[in-house]
Design a protein around this ligand. Structure first.
Ligand SMILES: [Zn+2]
Length: 287
């Protein structure tokens, strides 16, 4: 049976050997572990030259590993001055340009903060700026999907509904759905059941069609949270996230794409997820 989802890690696995180290070493280690995807964690800045990008790309092609990029954290579609927006925009463009050279198909980023402003007004600014970035990349022939991530704190821009709305409005944009963040965001322990997970997936299907549902990009980990949302990521077994219920919903709705593990245990939990998903998918076929 072929799996509908590729599993992997955000950042190179902890067990990547020193030689070859770096991203190529991470790719080879994931292949060894029979994981199929890597998100390059360019979360502080983008500092990779063309040569490094070419090596990453050829290593991933050879290993048949799917690549994405996590752009720097410091991006805000709602930056308060034109100068700050230019800096945000440049970080996102740099991640996309270098990511494309490295063979990444998807660029994940944190959309920013409401800065205590009215979400409706913020969304008008966000969609206009995101469209500007997408158009610029298209003009340059940088063929990547921009993926605004669903965020884990109520003060942060990035509900599932917002990321779907931007994806409907702009060609080349789709959500990165972090289910741990969506569970942490309300702060009351909700969004942690089969019903809530399937309702979210149905929103995706209604907004983005079956194509959207079959090309999901998911971040997953355990998570600690309080009334304002996310505190920190946790190993699956130390947290309350009902990830097997999520997998049941994904299987039921015939969803597909990538699931990237963001647990502190990295590849160990990625393998736990892959195994659990495959077991449930096989059960569904038998049943
Ligand atoms: Zn993220």
């Amino acid at each position: 049976m072929t799996s509908n989802f590729l599993f992997g890690t955000v950042g190179s696995p902890l067990s990547t050997p020193k030689k070859p180290g770096g991203t190529p070493g991470g790719i080879l280690r994931l292949r060894e572990l029979k994981l199929d995807a890597l998100e390059l964690a360019w979360v502080q800045s983008v500092r990779v030259g063309d040569e490094t990008c070419a090596v990453i790309k050829s290593t991933a092609v050879e290993a048949k590993l799917a690549l994405s990029v996590h752009a720097p954290y410091y991006i805000n579609l709602n930056a308060q001055t034109q100068e700050l927006w230019q800096a945000s925009r440049d970080r996102l463009l740099a991640a996309a340009r270098a990511g494309y050279k490295a063979g990444a198909t998807d660029i994940i980023f944190h959309p920013g903060s409401y800065m205590k402003a009215d979400p409706v007004a913020v969304n008008q600014i966000a969609v206009r700026r995101l469209a500007e970035v997408a158009a610029q990349l298209k003009a340059e022939g940088v063929n990547v999907i921009l993926r605004p991530e669903t965020m884990g704190k109520s003060a942060m821009l990035g509900t599932l509904e917002e990321t779907i709305a931007w994806s409907r409005a702009i060609e080349g944009v789709l959500p990165c759905i972090d289910f741990a963040h969506l569970h942490a965001r309300p702060g009351d322990g909700s969004f942690n059941s089969y019903q809530e997970f399937s309702a979210a997936l149905k929103l995706v299907k209604d907004g983005l069609g079956t194509r959207g549902l079959k090309s999901l990009h998911i971040h997953l980990s355990g998570i600690d949270y309080g009334p304002k949302g996310e505190k920190k990521h946790l190993p699956l077994k130390e947290a309350d996230l009902k990830y097997k219920e999520l997998f049941r919903a994904l299987i039921e709705l015939k969803a597909g794409g990538r699931i990237l593990c963001e647990s502190p245990l990295m590849e160990e939990d990625a393998l736990v997820m892959q195994k659990a998903y495959r077991r449930l998918a096989a059960k569904k076929v038998e049943g």
